[in-house]
Design a protein around this ligand. Sequence first.
Ligand code: FMN
Ligand code: ATP
Length: 319
Amino acid sequence: MQVVMGLEELRQRLPRPVITIGNFDGVHLGHQALFAKAVERAKALGGTSLAVTFEPHPIRVLRPAVNLPLITTLRQKLVLMGQSGLDLTLCLRFDQDFASLSADAFVDKLLVSRLGAAEVVVGYDFAFGHKGLGDLDLLRSKGERWGFAVHVVGPVIIDGRPVSSTRVRQEVADGNMEGARHLLGRHYQVAGRVVAGHGRGGRLLGFPTANLKVSDELLPGPGVYAVLVELADGRLLKGANNIGNNPTFDDGALSVETHLLDFDGDIYGQDIRLHFVERLRGEQRFDSPEALKAQIGLDIERAIAVLEPWVRSGNGGEK
Ligand SMILES: Cc1cc2nc3c(=O)[nH]c(=O)nc-3n(C[C@H](O)[C@H](O)[C@H](O)COP(=O)(O)O)c2cc1C
Ligand SMILES: Nc1ncnc2c1ncn2[C@@H]1O[C@H](COP(=O)(O)OP(=O)(O)OP(=O)(O)O)[C@@H](O)[C@H]1O
């Protein structure tokens, strides 16, 4: 998939573009259904499947006080979109100017004049233009006027309710990794660099941990998790992970740390990716390091049992 950052970078005239539009945070199953439809229609037309997305996420510009954690970074979002088979993603800078573009201008100037839309694929609740005032009826009437077809997809329903980015965020925050997996079609993942911790894990507990440097990404709620760990060289290892502030040691600050199984290398400074498979328990305060050590031993046994079927499948994505 080709990625184009901004309209000024888009030099070529796209043949018969089939356009889908959205924030696509998380690239969940609802989003994936739109991409599949756009790809299918572009193949049928001999055209280009094109996703238009925005950076930063509009909520950061429209409601800066809401510190919404995002499910995917831009980079990860583009990787996942690429896997959907799209030909091109156009990433537009979302600022106050863009936010003030009327729904009319959004279609007339952007979709028609600039991009030459042949067809448009949107979700069942698509809203666009200034204050989201443009709706499906407006899009359809524009389509009749300008001669582009409109395809409406979904809602994609899982467990009785439409899939949405908000639902994914909630499941992740609740530590419901199975629920998140059902909505995403993959394990919830967090990537980051391995940094130094307090150095207690290996020395005091006999379980060294890789501490992940995190900033403002969406993290599963506090607790102990069975995780698959993707190393920079692509290897996939089993791991037992803890997210919390280590109450046994009164650390205070939040840490994300993982004991890697069957591994004794040095990965300080490496970028790794955690695939959260299942929450095993809540974080607890133990009376002594020995008591915590015994519990971590049990956690690891559970983690091995939970992870085995996923590792055997080879990609960590499907059992
Ligand atoms: C599988 C696992 C479970 C853990 N569970 C707890 C817990 O319930 N309570 C707690 O205080 N710390 C827990 N920890 C965190 C340890 O306190 C931490 O790994 C140790 O203090 C080492 O920290 P360091 O890497 O900063 O040196 C757990 C760690 C792992 C790997
Ligand atoms: N469950 C779903 N089924 C079909 N289409 C969906 C579904 N969820 C979202 N979409 C569509 O995906 C497109 C992009 O949505 P976008 O990510 O911008 O919406 P959002 O409101 O930020 O996130 P979400 O609706 O996923 O919580 C929209 O056209 C939307 O209607």
